[in-house]
Design a protein around this ligand. Structure first.
Ligand SMILES: Nc1nc2c(c(=O)[nH]1)N[C@H]1C(S)=C(S)[C@@H](COP(=O)(O)OP(=O)(O)OC[C@H]3O[C@@H](n4cnc5c(N)ncnc54)[C@H](O)[C@@H]3O)O[C@H]1N2
Ligand code: MOO
Ligand SMILES: [Mg+2]
Length: 440
């Protein structure tokens, strides 16, 4: 494997996590916009600004079941001396009144009904009594009504033309209510980024295979695919690749044709068969023969090939054929952390989220146990989070080594132990990167 030999294998320059994240967000730009039925829009990011299509409510609307009246007619009303009004019609929701409300009259009205002309208040049913006036239906109103009472005025909640939500907004069920109200049967949303997943490593067996000596099953592909789904992307699992640079380069070329982003795992360190390190080095040294080089923005460009962090220090990212390529570490813990810190923000950005908002949210938490740190790099420690007396506590999980996965399912966050420190003591305040932007 001559391509993997030589001094250039070792002169990778580590950059800080924040700088690496900035490079990723500069390279990841919002992608295609597509129309989806309203029922499928929640959880997607809006692709175009949507505006209010009519004043809301669109008509003066009763908030109660009762009677539409002229408030002046009830000014002297009391339980002892109620106002007596002739009932000249009924309005069900969805129907219009046949009569207007003239002095001395009322119209029976249901919640959501259009308040008839002439009325300026609605009296709730419980404050009235049915009566007769010269043998015709009438109502006794026992309390003075205030002008406007129990009526939602046209346009009081929304004005036509105002913005419902800006592009990049993550649509929630509440947005569905607004979009339904304003007639958006189809909604423009950012297309789900298609993300190819490739695992490298001759030791990797398919999940369904029995264990062979020296081999393990490929678990990273399933984890990365699930993470991609969680970010709103569409995973395209392309399976496992042997540690053969030409075969891997060809597979990447193929993957770039069908995906917006390619994620590989494994082979990114300094081992003899670390094939992704060789591919990334070709890009760094401008030796990639593939792709058309644009004048301004090269189609093949290294973003970083080492990050000052643990786990995941050899994590690399590049543009290849103009597409984002993330080469995550093979160690499951490092693979997971690399995804959260770099791939997730890229997928958010591709779906229109603002650069700053694309980064995982961070909270300050109280450390629930001492944490000793062996490495001089910034450390990302998988942790459980819980709230006690209104304060977020971070309880570091056992089995947190880069090569270990036992702590990944229980992790709610990643404690950031700064570079240069020797760890942190129980009770100290620490910064925690949230996983999937959720505390619990
Ligand atoms: N001499 C040095 N050795 C290593 C260094 C170093 O700086 N100098 N860095 C270490 C660090 S840190 C990490 S992290 C790993 C990175 O390894 P690679 O990204 O090259 O990954 P592999 O060598 O392919 O595999 C590492 C480990 O993970 C297992 N693996 C790989 N793929 C999968 C998969 N799809 N599913 C489950 N497990 C997988 C693999 O069998 C290995 O055990 O390098 C250190 N070495
Ligand atoms: O940086 Mo590697 O991911 O520890 O172990
Ligand atoms: Mg390796």
């Amino acid at each position: 494997m001559d391509d993997l030999q030589g001094a250039s294998r070792f002169n990778r320059r580590a950059i800080k996590v924040d700088a690496a994240q900035r490079l990723v967000l500069e390279a990841a730009l919002p992608g295609r916009v597509e129309m989806v039925p309203l029922g499928q829009a929640c959880g997607r990011r809006l692709g175009e600004p949507l505006t209010v299509t009519c004043d809301w409510p669109p008509f003066a609307r009763s908030g109660l079941d009762g009677y539409a009246v002229r408030s002046a007619d009830t000014a002297q009303a009391s339980p002892k001396e109620p106002a007596r009004l002739r009932v000249v019609g009924t309005v069900a929701a969805g129907k219009l009144a046949s009569a207007t409300v003239q002095p001395g009259t009322a119209v029976r009205i249901m919640t959501g009904g259009a308040v008839p002309e002439g009325a300026d208040a609605v009296v709730m049913l419980e404050q009235t009594a049915e009566a007769l006036e010269a043998g015709l239906p009438a109502v006794l109103v026992k309390r003075a009504a205030l002008p406007g009472q129990n009526i939602a005025q046209p346009g009081e909640e929304f004005r036509r033309g105002s913005v419902i939500a800006a592009p990049g907004t993550l649509l929630r069920p509440g947005h569905a209510a607004l979009l339904g109200t304003f007639g958006y049967a189809d909604v423009p949303v950012y297309a789900r980024p298609r993300v190819a997943v490739l695992a490298t490593g001759a030791e990797l067996q398919p999940v369904e295979a029995p264990l062979a000596p020296g081999c393990i099953r490929d678990s990273n592909s399933a984890m990365v695919a699930a993470l991609i789904e969680q970010c709103g992307g569409v995973p395209i699992q392309l399976g496992r690749l042997a540690d053969e640079p030409e075969a891997v380069a060809a597979a990447l070329e193929e993957a770039m044709l069908q995906a917006d982003v390619v994620v590989t795992t494994g082979g990114v360190s300094v081992g003899d068969y670390d094939v992704m390190a060789a591919i990334i080095r070709r890009i760094r040294e401008g030796r990639s023969e593939t792709g058309v080089e644009a004048d301004e923005e090269p189609a093949n460009k290294l973003l970083f090939d080492k990050v000052s962090m643990r786990p995941g220090s050899p994590t690399s990212a590049a543009l290849m054929n103009g597409k984002l390529l993330f080469a995550l570490s093979g160690n499951p813990g490092a693979c997971f952390v690399g995804f959260e810190l770099f791939v997730r923000p890229a997928l958010q950005r591709l779906q229109g989220s603002e650069p700053e908002a694309s980064l995982p949210a961070q909270v300050t938490a109280k450390l629930a146990a001492d944490f000793d740190k062996g490495s001089p790099h910034e450390r990302f420690v998988r942790t459980r989070l819980y709230v006690h007396s209104g304060i977020i506590h971070a309880d570091p999980l056992a089995f947190g080594k880069s090569s270990m996965m036992a702590s990944i399912p229980d992790a709610d966050g990643l404690i950031r132990i700064p570079a240069g420190s020797s760890g942190a003591e129980s009770g100290a305040l620490v910064e925690v990167v949230l996983l999937n932007n959720r505390i619990l």
